[in-house]
Ligand binder design. Structure first.
Ligand code: MN
Length: 303
């Protein structure tokens, strides 16, 4: 996770309880991504602690080309609008994902994975998100789920796909360790009011097109965040638009993130990183031709 913060950060207050956050450009494998979380001043939305908007960008046969790397204490959520990605992990999973499908990997105490090409050449567009695992599960066993189909909700001017959690009375089958929600909104032009839960804080990431929400314009590269206490959001569009809505009960555990690790203390991260670097077995092995990603230890490791 390199975060050169190529863009200056601006938080523009909109109407009551809305803040617009600018994403930062970062490099992941072969492509540039727009990183929307974490940003200074906004670390999480519910248990969501990381949002990368990937592309749209053209890739060659190598695809994303993300070599094996470790995770702890989080779930990776991969959702595509275009293209294909081959997921491989240390549990032995080997799963191609295409638009409309969900890959959900739970790291628990340790897992490693790669995100590779399938031979597909062309446009890749999608998101990869992380969900911080609560203390209750974060030291548990790693796991992987692929959902080839997800429930949809018809909306007046479009449709919603429920990736995680519950939306408009429809629930995703995907694993969820805390009270959070993720929904893809595929909107035609028009104005739409969607129900949300007042005990959730929310973020709206525009993937394509643009929206006008409660008096605030949001377009790709920006995320609108909404405070607790709302029971609906009104979204207006005048072009076909794809939006990712994330929400959740504010995460009440102090989270520390560095590189690909989500933990609670620096010591946990130092130990995990040493075990990855030394290939201790904690993170298993990914059957990949790509070499494992190795980076310097965290700056606070003085040993
Ligand atoms: Mn990863």
């Amino acid at each position: 996770m390199t975060d050169p913060s190529l863009h200056a950060e601006h938080q523009r207050p909109g109407s009551a309880g809305i803040t617009v956050i600018e994403s930062a450009l970062s490099r992941v494998g072969e492509i540039t991504v727009r990183r929307t979380l974490p940003r200074r001043g906004r670390r999480m939305i519910g248990a969501w602690c990381f949002i990368d908007h990937m592309g749209p960008a053209d890739v060659g046969e190598e695809g994303l080309g993300v070599a094996p790397h470790p995770h702890i204490g989080l779930q990776t959520v991969t959702w595509l609008l275009a293209g294909e990605v081959l997921h491989r992990d240390s549990l032995g999973s080997e799963q191609v994902i295409v638009p409309g499908q969900l890959n959900l990997m739970t790291a628990g105490r340790g897992v490693s994975h790669s995100e590779e090409g399938t031979g597909y050449r062309g446009e890749i567009h999608g998101v990869q998100l992380w969900v911080a695992q609560p203390d209750r599960t974060r030291n548990g066993q790693p796991a992987f789920e692929h959902h080839a189909e997800l429930p949809q909700v018809d909306l007046n001017s479009g449709s919603a796909t429920v990736l995680i959690g519950e939306f408009a009375g429809v629930e995703s089958p995907a694993r969820r360790d805390s009270d959070h929600v993720g929904v893809d909104l595929d909107l035609r032009s028009g104005t739409l009011t969607i129900p949300v839960r007042p005990e959730h804080e929310h973020g709206l990431v525009v993937l394509s097109g643009s929206v006008h929400v409660d008096g605030t314009d949001v377009e790709p590269g920006r995320m609108a965040t909404f405070d607790l206490g709302r029971d609906e959001l009104t979204i207006a569009t005048n072009e076909p638009t794809r939006v990712l809505l994330v929400g959740g009960v504010p995460f009440d555990e102090e989270v520390r993130m560095w590189w690909n690790y989500v933990a609670r203390t620096r010591e946990e991260i130092v130990i995990a990183h040493r075990e990855w670097t030394e290939d201790s077995g904690r993170f298993g092995r990914v059957k990949s031709q790509l070499p494992r990603i190795l980076v310097n230890p965290p700056p606070w490791n003085t040993q």
